[in-house]
Design a protein around this ligand. Structure first.
Ligand SMILES: [Zn+2]
Ligand SMILES: [Zn+2]
Length: 243
């Protein structure tokens, strides 16, 4: 299962501004990679530092408002939150590209092995951007928007072959934050979880607010599924909700 690494967890610097003029429903998700050669880290403990380095490069060398990408995905099946949902990217190389397409960058170069965990992370990122980020159905490579070798020939072929296109059975990633009450927690991941609980027969409202009724539904669900009945949606409960 893919896990989201929040900006706080990877140690992001605050953005200079948050441009929200984006209409991703008109496009979808553009696929990127870091660059030439081999750049994937063998040890996941090193991935956060790699993401911090990319943010530093984009903000200090390029002068951009933030790291350019919406999400970054690693070969260990993690999603690092870049600009995040509903924020315009600076990665796609054209006005319409940045306005209509989210940008997901793999922490790989063109000589790295594109394994199953990386593919899973790309798919989870796309599912997440579609289910709670308003992304359209399109999946493109960076080179579809501007003249560039990105995302490398092998990854681009996977885009073209549909190898990164998620099937209906791909669950959205665990959002990297525990859904709990009290206090009432409101965010788009709560809505995603509530909708899935409703699809399983629960009568809770999908209002994006995790309060007493969500906690109670969660606790019952955990009891029925042999999980620790603490009323908190962590990775195991999130995963079981889509099992
Ligand atoms: Zn690119
Ligand atoms: Zn990693």
């Amino acid at each position: 299962m893919t896990t989201v690494v929040t900006r706080a967890k990877w140690g992001a610097v605050a953005p200079r501004n948050v441009p929200t003029n984006i209409t991703p429903g008109k496009g979808g998700v553009a696929i990127h990679h870091v660059g030439k050669g081999s750049v994937a880290r063998s040890d996941h403990a090193q991935c956060a530092a790699q993401v911090r380095g990319i943010q530093k490069f984009h903000m200090e060398e390029k002068g951009w408002a933030d790291i350019a990408y919406t999400y970054l995905v690693c070969v260990h099946d993690y999603i690092f939150v870049g600009r995040g949902k509903n924020v315009r990217t600076a990665a796609n190389g054209s006005n319409s590209g940045n306005q209509n397409w989210y940008a997901v960058c793999g922490l790989v170069g063109d000589e790295d092995t594109l394994g199953e965990k990386l593919v899973d992370a790309y798919k989870s990122a796309i599912v997440d951007l579609r289910t709670s980020g308003g992304a359209g159905r399109g999946i493109t490579g960076h080179r579809d928007h501007v003249s560039t070798t990105c995302p490398g020939d092998e990854l681009y072929q996977m885009v073209k072959d549909g190898a990164l296109t998620p099937g209906p059975d791909v669950p959205p990633p665990w959002p990297g934050i525990y859904l709990s009450y009290p206090p009432i927690m409101r965010n788009s991941s709560v809505t995603v979880w509530q909708k899935q609980m409703r699809a399983r027969g629960s009568s809770i409202t999908a209002d994006g607010a995790y309060g007493p009724s969500s906690k109670s539904a969660c606790t019952s669900f955990q009891r029925e599924n042999g999980l620790t009945a603490d009323g908190i949606v962590g990775p195991a409960t999130w995963d079981a909700t889509w099992a």
